[in-house]
Design a binder for this molecule. Structure first.
Ligand code: ATP
Ligand code: MG
Length: 268
């Protein structure tokens, strides 16, 4: 069945400079002929946890990377607390990125560095702390994600789920105000996954972190989200509270949350 077009949610702001969260406004991103984001708008309120759902290959990871300009948007604007991220030069962009922790979909650890070195690396780059203090902070974060005892191991000695948790420890080491989680529970057993859910909630409640969580794991999405948004065909086609998603009569949202192959989204 051919995919239907869904009406994007209207989240354009007249003046994004007055918005104190993250405003994605009309972002386009293509790779050669492949159009991924096509005028994507999204608003993330300060202090909320927004979960992004959507089928594989729809551009969720690309969207996260555009927000911090690890990928450059082709067109459109990103605003963070009234700062026009898309206009920042290198140095102010680097300053802004210090407020962001990012858990990459693949844990993206350096193979030749120990886990504690990987977690502490960003502190080595951005602070003049002595090595013992950096290691102590790295160990503290590893403890938070249940990885005591792995400090001096190389990433190759860890399971996939442990690497993911090490990536999470690295994301929080600078005490960021914003955390972008790309599939934080994928590949984890349900119990460890739920411990990560609890950690996401704890960081939001105790440190007032603003989070964007990309996930396919619906129990996790329902547990951590304040609001949810669905990305499809390069735009946000649904945006609402957890209850609004659960009870949505939007055909694409229903198909996705029920995990059905038949429906307007097709299979491949
Ligand atoms: N650096 C890149 N160069 C070329 N194409 C890319 C690049 N990054 C992503 N893409 C393409 O952009 C599209 C969206 O990729 P993205 O990784 O954002 O999907 P996703 O929604 O995160 O999927 P998944 O749920 O499988 O992680 C895909 O077609 C992918 O091949
Ligand atoms: Mg992805």
């Amino acid at each position: 069945m051919a995919e239907l077009e869904f009406t994007p949610v209207d989240m354009r702001l007249d003046d994004p400079s007055t918005f104190d969260g993250i405003a994605v406004q009309g972002v386009h991103k293509s790779f050669g002929p492949k159009v991924v984001l096509e005028g994507c708008d999204l608003l993330i309120d300060k202090g909320e946890t927004l979960v992004i759902i959507g089928r594989s290959g729809q551009g969720k990871s690309v969207l996260l990377k555009n927000i911090v300009r690890l990928l450059e948007p082709d067109q459109g604007e990103i605003w963070i607390e009234g700062h026009p991220v898309t206009q920042l030069r290198r140095r102010p962009l680097m300053e802004l990125r210090k407020n962001f922790g990012m858990l990459f979909q693949g844990a993206a650890l350096f193979d030749s560095m120990t886990i504690a070195e990987n977690v502490g690396l960003i502190l080595t780059e951005h602070t003049n702390w002595p090595l013992e203090r950096i290691r102590a902070r790295a160990c503290e974060c590893l403890e938070l994600v249940g990885l005591v005892g792995t400090e001096d191991k190389l990433p190759s000695a860890l399971s996939g789920g442990m690497k993911k948790r090490a990536g999470l420890a690295r994301a929080i080491v600078m005490e960021p105000q914003y955390i972008l989680y790309d599939e934080p529970t994928t590949g984890l057993d349900p119990i460890t996954g739920d411990a990560i859910n609890d950690l996401i909630i704890k960081l939001q409640q105790e440190l007032s972190v603003t989070s964007i969580v990309v996930t396919h794991d619906m129990p996790s999405a329902y547990k951590v989200a304040d609001r949810m948004a669905m990305l499809n065909d390069g735009r946000i086609i649904f945006h609402g509270s957890v209850d609004e998603v659960r009870n949505a009569d939007h055909t694409a949202v229903r198909q996705f949350i029920e995990g059905r192959a038949d429906g307007p989204l097709g299979v491949f």
